[in-house]
Design a protein around this ligand. Sequence first.
Ligand SMILES: *Cc1c(COP(=O)(O)O)cnc(C)c1O
Length: 218
Amino acid sequence: MGVKDNLTSVKNRIRAACDKAGRTDDIQLVAVSKTFPVSSIYPALQAGQRLFGENRVQEAADKWPPLKEEFPDIELHLIGPLQTNKVSGAVKLFDCIQTLDRPKLVKALAKELARQEKTMSAYIQVNIGAEPQKAGIAISDFPAFLSLCRNVPELDIVGLMCIPPFGQDPQGYFDKLAQMARDYGLSNLSMGMSGDFEQAIQSGATHIRVGTAIFGKR
Ligand SMILES: *Cc1c(COP(=O)(O)O)cnc(C)c1O
């Protein structure tokens, strides 16, 4: 199957998951095109997909500027870790950063957004499984970190993002992130990938990040 058919089948899976969860709101599908060339992205654009996720600033800068010229309503989200020395490029290219995870990054972003006279919507990435090697703010550090982020006028903190521990049932982690979002008045929840987005929708995901099921194996 090609990208266009894959997109259709992912959308059908989303609809079925919404029915099962009794949800009537729209789920935003972030098509994760990392590692795939423009020739794979193009069919998705032709099928009407406009929201995409990339995990590396340099790779995205190589692929997306001409596509953004051609399709001005493209919305590009950074879903991978952001190093402070890549902040300038990220601010130039991305419409949203889903991976705010440490004060140093927020300070660098605040400075760069002010310099480029821009504002940006962003998610805080939470290390929901408390995994030592994983990106994301620790749950215990979250309240102070959220306050810090909310004090940056150029940043609009719209929600939370997580990647649950690999190889475990993610449902409890998705529920936990959803509870945090409710507790702190955040409306968006970016969670769920190709293998588990139905469960994420069950727990209240507003944005799912799907790569493999659309573009194929990396
Ligand atoms: C690669 C990636 C995805 C997509 O994963 P698939 O299993 O290919 O759907 C989602 N979120 C993040 C943060 C990723 O890096």
